[in-house]
Design a protein around this ligand. Sequence first.
Ligand code: NAD
Length: 495
Amino acid sequence: MTDLSVQDWKSKAAALKFRNQCFIDGAFCDALSGQKFETVNPATSEVLTDVARGGGEDIDRAVASARRAFASGAWSARTPEQRKQVLLRLAGLIRENIPEFALLDTLDMGKPIKDSSTIDAPGAAHFFQWHGEAIDKLYDEIAPTGGRDLALVRRVPLGVIGAVVPWNFPLDMATWKLAPALATGNSVVLKPAEQSPLSALFLAELACEAGLPDGVLNVVPGYGEDAGQALGRHADVDCLVFTGSTSVGKLFQRYAGESNMKQVWLETGGKSPNIIFPDADLDAAADMAAFGIFFNQGEVCSANSRMLVHETIKDQMTERMKSRAEAIVPGDPLDPASTLGAMVDRSHTDKVMRFIESGKQSSRLVTGGERITLNGSDAFVTPTIFDNVQSDHQIVREEVFGPVLTIQTFTTDDQAVAMANDTVYGLAASVWTSDLSRALGVSDALNAGTVSVNTVDALSAMTPFGGMKQSGFGRDLSIHSFDKYTALKTTWIKY
Ligand code: NAD
């Protein structure tokens, strides 16, 4: 894959087949309304295809299909070992189609093909494989009641899961929900983001090819306010899992409260701090900090958007970050040499530029801050750094979701922790120091679901990922992700 040229990728893109209908009960179908919406390549402004615009009635059909499939036992009653085999076949099919998946996400949302083909698509295969392999190694429990009682405590699937996901890692965010939900025997209705529906539709087709029975996985593309809301309010959905913004996450809590009190699990926004102490390896810290904020155009929930540096190393770190930022130039996402692609669409680019303008008013622009046009699209933003930033500035408090870093200084360890925790979010944090005791002490004091020491954004299928405070609750990935998709059921037997 790494030896493909930009021309090779363009030829493959031209030959790509788009699945652009709803996928319900094992087959592609139009939205009942007949409506469609355009999905656009943000790197060229070209329309890729018209996609079925699913609405409430399509969600009804998809939920009914998921319920029938669940009740039939065709999947839910299979043994964990049998479900594992299907998920492993799916992982294999994803691996066979890595270029197609990589292209679908790159064309749909602008990320560099280098990342989608080496990180996102292989990652999806790995996550299905990991959850598939884990599911037949989980044991249930017998409670220590003693006497002539046997109390079995077993995990059982919940039933119908609604999953609503964002556009920044279209395939992987869907996979993080689907792999544990399916492994545990549930049926799913997935609503991908309207900006990036294509890879989820291809995934559903391959899941059936891998042996998933019809109706177990349904995908309804459409807008959040109608298809997303209909899923959130559906009376026959047992659990709604969501990844996206904090404001929409709060809506799902409301939808559940106003409908059937379904379980809601939220993975939402972030404003993650990256604390650099003077005893750190400053070059390594700068390299990883640049990756942490500029990877995926900064459209990463756990992006290290707030750098907190000790006052004695502020100038050195600012200089290092400036040189790293200026070495990253936005480019054609289909060019394997590009490390920064297009923002997901024009309106998001407008929003990021508004944050940058507000930063220019309140702080010092160290570098970047420009919107540039490439190949007929102005959805490209240069890596941007601000310093002389105050804690109450908008660019410090709000999630920009773009390649924008702020640099602030601290004097004491306690002050660093207080500044890091001074946010409504609590998704991730990083600490750079060569002092183990300081690393652990600061890590203990940070309100974040994941703290990375001497690295940024550490992540694995083996470790739980999720937030504290308004970054959400519940955990994706790892054995713990199964908790969201199962209920503990007790059966007492007297003998
Ligand atoms: P978003 O909240 O706008 O949309 C996410 C999903 O919700 C989409 O499918 C959208 O169609 C749907 N939606 C939007 N409005 C809705 C409504 N009124 N009712 C029902 N559904 C609705 O988020 P986005 O712009 O797609 O993604 C960016 C956000 O996702 C950022 O805040 C980012 O931090 C967050 N995110 C979080 C994680 C995590 O694991 N914590 C991972 C990736 C992204």
